[in-house]
Design a protein around this ligand. Structure first.
Ligand SMILES: *[C@@H]1O[C@H](CO)[C@@H](O)[C@H](O)[C@H]1NC(C)=O
Ligand SMILES: *[C@@H]1O[C@H](CO)[C@@H](O)[C@H](O)[C@H]1NC(C)=O
Ligand SMILES: *[C@@H]1O[C@H](CO)[C@@H](O)[C@H](O)[C@H]1NC(C)=O
Ligand SMILES: *[C@@H]1O[C@H](CO)[C@@H](O)[C@H](O)[C@H]1NC(C)=O
Ligand SMILES: *[C@@H]1O[C@H](CO)[C@@H](O)[C@H](O)[C@H]1NC(C)=O
Length: 434
């Protein structure tokens, strides 16, 4: 059944229009300041850890020197609290001169010289969430032009201090204004997050036509509770959200907090695995100067990234919620492959989950399985019963290749040809990657 969906699914998206700026055909990846650095503007106390051009240049250095850029992490995104409290004498936004003495354009050039891109932040209301000058309707054109002059590559448009009527006008207008600058600028809309994230208040058809990505739900915090809350909301509402996503238009469950303080290694793997299943933008919000090697290995996991970046761009779904607390997630991938995640909500001990690919609705065949976090490989027939051991709050994640047709070894027995295909399975239950 899943494979049937997989074959038909691309046709469903032919008619789906995406914002026509040619950008973000796969989910954008990079680094975003907010979760880790918030509105820390106290550079006198801690010049290395405040919102300033030095912070963004440091992160750019790390992205370009520590192997991140080659994996696709190319955006370096400024969030709130970058600007001066006043517009300049021509009514334009300007950075705080003390913290960004070189100006935004120079910072953009610094990133471009390293093969990276710059993102910046604004807000639809009278003020940003942090109390800096907003970009209400009458300022949209001038601010879009300013960002283009600065050679900005992405813009996140927040929604504090605006109402539904203003948002309905402002989010599409900004899309037009960015287009009119002639500079391709990726456009992230916080609109749905301010309208509850669900129809009828949110029109995902329209969002896909005007934005490259959108925040559907609340801000992530540095805790497992927060990650779990986001996972639950996105998969509880998957039937609404999955059709909204396609190349150039993505649901955004918010930043990766891997490498911060709140998640264990198992929980970090869970966030990485489920963000890959969701075709989510991968914006890390951590300190790349001090990130642990454990966190780095998870964030730089090539198979998880390539599942996230699958060119078909079909968002995956939760296919099972077991009473045991095990949940199974599935995403169709190009070349008739797929990804599977076995996730444990348990809090006691590793759980041995028994199933088979046939029970997960895989069609008849023999499948090559690659374990994303252990690098081990095996082959499983659809009917083979197997066991995976899933740690509390952890995952086992698989890349599952296209099925090879079972090689029916026909042999002559009792006057007719018989198939011996399943003879070697018998009663043994493989403990896969235990
Ligand atoms: C602006 O929109 C037009 C029409 O949708 C598109 O062809 C063009 O590439 C867009 N330009 C930019 C800079 O986004
Ligand atoms: C939204 O705010 C504008 C002022 O910017 C006001 O004129 C309008 O009445 C408000 N609409 C609602 C529905 O609150
Ligand atoms: C949603 O937006 C699309 C595209 O802009 C539009 O055609 C459609 O009528 C809207 N749907 C609703 C229910 O407003
Ligand atoms: C995927 O599977 C379908 C049905 O088995 C087959 O027709 C198609 O050629 C396969 N596509 C690729 C890319 O292997
Ligand atoms: C498998 O397919 C059946 C029939 O369509 C469906 O009821 C069941 O929920 C599916 N199971 C999974 C794990 O997707």
């Amino acid at each position: 059944m899943h494979l049937a969906l997989l074959v038909c699914a691309p046709a469903l998206f032919v008619a789906t229009l995406a914002l026509d700026n040619g950008l973000m055909r796969t989910p954008p990846m990079g680094w975003l300041a907010w979760e880790r650095y918030r509105c820390d503007i106290d550079c006198d106390s801690d010049p290395k850890n405040c919102i300033s051009e030095n912070l963004f240049m440091d992160m750019a250095d790390r992205l370009s020197e520590d192997g991140w850029r080659e994996l696709g992490y190319v955006y370096v995104n400024i969030d709130d609290c970058w600007s001066s409290k006043e517009r300049d004498n021509q009514g334009r936004l300007q950075p705080d001169p003390k913290r960004f003495p070189g100006g935004i354009k120079k910072l953009a050039r610094y990133l471009h010289d390293r093969g990276l891109k710059l993102g910046i932040y604004g807000d639809m209301g009278t003020y940003t969430c942090g109390g800096y000058p907003g970009t209400p309707v009458e300022k949209i054109e001038i601010d879009a032009q300013t960002f283009a002059e600065w050679e900005v590559d992405m813009f996140k448009y927040d929604g504090c201090y605006s109402n539904a009527t203003e948002q309905e006008q402002g989010y599409p207008l900004m899309s037009k204004a960015l287009n009119a600058t002639g500079r391709p600028i990726g456009y992230s809309c916080s609109w749905p997050a301010y309208q509850g994230g669900l129809p009828p208040k949110v029109n995902y058809t329209q969002l896909g036509e005007i934005c490259n990505l959108w925040r559907n739900y609340g801000d992530i915090q540095d805790s497992w509770d927060s990650v779990l809350n986001i996972i639950d909301w996105f998969f509880d509402n998957q039937d609404v959200l999955i059709p909204a996503a396609a190349p150039g238009r993505w649901n955004d469950p918010d930043m990766l907090i891997i490498g911060d303080f709140g998640l264990s290694m198992d929980q970090s793997r869970s966030q990485m695995a489920l963000w890959a299943i969701m075709a989510a933008p991968l914006f890390m919000s951590n300190d790349l100067r001090t990130v642990s090697s454990g966190a780095r290995n998870i964030l730089q996991n090539k198979m998880a990234i390539s599942i996230n970046q699958d060119p078909m761009g079909i968002q995956g779904r939760r296919i099972l919620k077991e009473k045991s607390g095990i949940e199974v997630f599935w995403r169709p991938l190009s070349n008739n492959a797929s990804a599977l995640v076995f996730f444990s909500r348990r809090t006691d001990m590793p759980y041995r989950y028994h199933t088979s690919l046939a029970k997960l609705n895989y069609t008849t065949g023999s499948y090559k399985i690659f374990d994303v976090f252990t690098d081990k490989a095996t082959t499983l027939k659809d009917a083979t019963e197997f066991v995976v051991s899933v740690n509390p709050t952890g995952v086992v994640m698989w890349y599952v290749s296209a099925p090879a047709k079972l090689n029916l070894r026909l042999f002559y027995e009792g006057g007719s040809f018989q198939s011996s295909t399943y003879r070697d399975d018998e009663n043994a239950i493989p403990r896969v990657f235990l």
